[in-house]
Design a protein around this ligand. Structure first.
Ligand code: 13P
Ligand code: SF4
Length: 321
């Protein structure tokens, strides 16, 4: 079957799916996918989850190969945590606006100008930034991680200023914030969301904490992608307006097949009421197939950097048990 997929001829979706499933088996590869991946990719994955769940899966797997259907910092994190595995990313250009906002020289300068702070970095950053941090967090455990720092100890939180501001409010802790943001979550339009809420008074509005404060303060629930799914599952409401990347609705709808899910509108939306992360969506079934077949592109890094980046990730995993 696999040999019949010719490099130069277009192949059917079904042939790609079958090829991916066969290659995974042959090579003892595990496919980890983030909720923001294309629905077809989510459907062939062995595990679909949020950043914390994906890191935990990467740490625990006994597969020989981890294929990461997500963005670069996620695959890099898997390699840092589980270096004996071959870690593949279908498209190495799958970046993230948060990771890009925080360059190692700029961050080094920021830390130098603000000494004696505990440095908490959101997992959406490069290995170099992780290596300069004391603890890593995700949106699922940020509150817990911040609360683990002794009272009175100054904290730097990077690179997401929106998540940082939200956690400051939740914990009552002052933190020095790096000025980064997610381009997808910053695009939600509060006016359109309020109008939609008026049109659907029976709907609960739920949002990801990478969104801006004006969005978060009108939400009935704020949490990670997994947290949002769990809320939709356990809350008695039958309708939810969902402010996060549109890919999440695929998995959420599977979990709550009888409930109505409405994607929150973004500023630019005209015809489609959805928000897609262009970085996440560079991965395709075809790239995934080629990546498994050729075992490329592979994520590697200098061992010295990996060991430095591992420490704050281990602290996060320890605190998240
Ligand atoms: P979580 O899935 O951890 O909530 O993160 C969302 C996100 O933006 C990942 O890039
Ligand atoms: Fe980065 Fe935002 Fe895309 Fe997540 S959704 S990968 S935070 S740009």
């Amino acid at each position: 079957m696999i040999d019949t997929i010719n490099r130069n001829t277009p192949v059917s979706k079904q042939a790609l799916i079958e090829g991916i499933l066969q290659l995974k088996k042959e090579k003892n590869a595990v496919l980890l996918a983030h909720y923001y991946q294309d629905p077809d990719i989510q459907d062939v994955a062995d595990y679909v989850g949020d950043s914390l769940g994906l890191s935990q899966q990467a740490a625990a797997t006994d597969a020989d190969i981890i294929v990461f259907a997500g963005v670069h910092f996620m695959a890099e994190t898997a390699k840092i945590i589980n270096p004996s595995k071959k870690v593949l990313l279908p498209d190495v250009t799958a970046s993230c606006s948060l990771a890009e906002s925080c360059t190692p020289p700029g961050f080094a300068q920021f830390l130098h100008a603000n000494p004696d702070h505990v440095v908490i970095s959101y997992i959406n950053c490069s290995a170099e930034i992780k290596a300069m941090s004391d603890i890593i967090c995700t949106s699922a455990n940020a509150e817990k991680i911040v609360n683990s720092v002794p009272a009175g100890q100054p904290i730097i939180f990077a690179p997401d200023k929106n998540l940082g501001a939200y956690i400051m409010k939740k914990t009552g802790r002052e933190m020095l914030l790096w000025d980064g943001a997610c381009i997808v979550h910053e695009a939600f339009a509060i006016d359109k969301i309020l109008t939609l809420r008026n049109e659907h008074p029976d709907a609960k509005f739920i949002a990801h904490p990478e969104s801006e404060e004006n969005i978060l303060k009108v939400a009935s629930y704020v949490g990670s992608t997994t947290g949002m799914i769990n809320f939709a599952k356990t809350n008695p409401a039958n309708k939810f307006i969902v402010a996060t990347e549109a890919g999440l609705l695929h998995q959420m709808q599977k979990e709550v097949p009888d409930k109505i899910l409405i994607p929150a509108p973004a500023e630019e939306d005209n015809n489609c009421a959805c928000s897609e992360c262009a970085f996440m969506k560079v991965n395709t079934l075809e790239k995934l197939y080629r990546c498994l077949l050729n075992e490329q592109p592979e994520i590697t890094m200098p061992e010295e950097l990996r060991l430095k980046a591992l420490k704050p990730l281990e602290r996060m995993l320890e605190l998240s048990r």
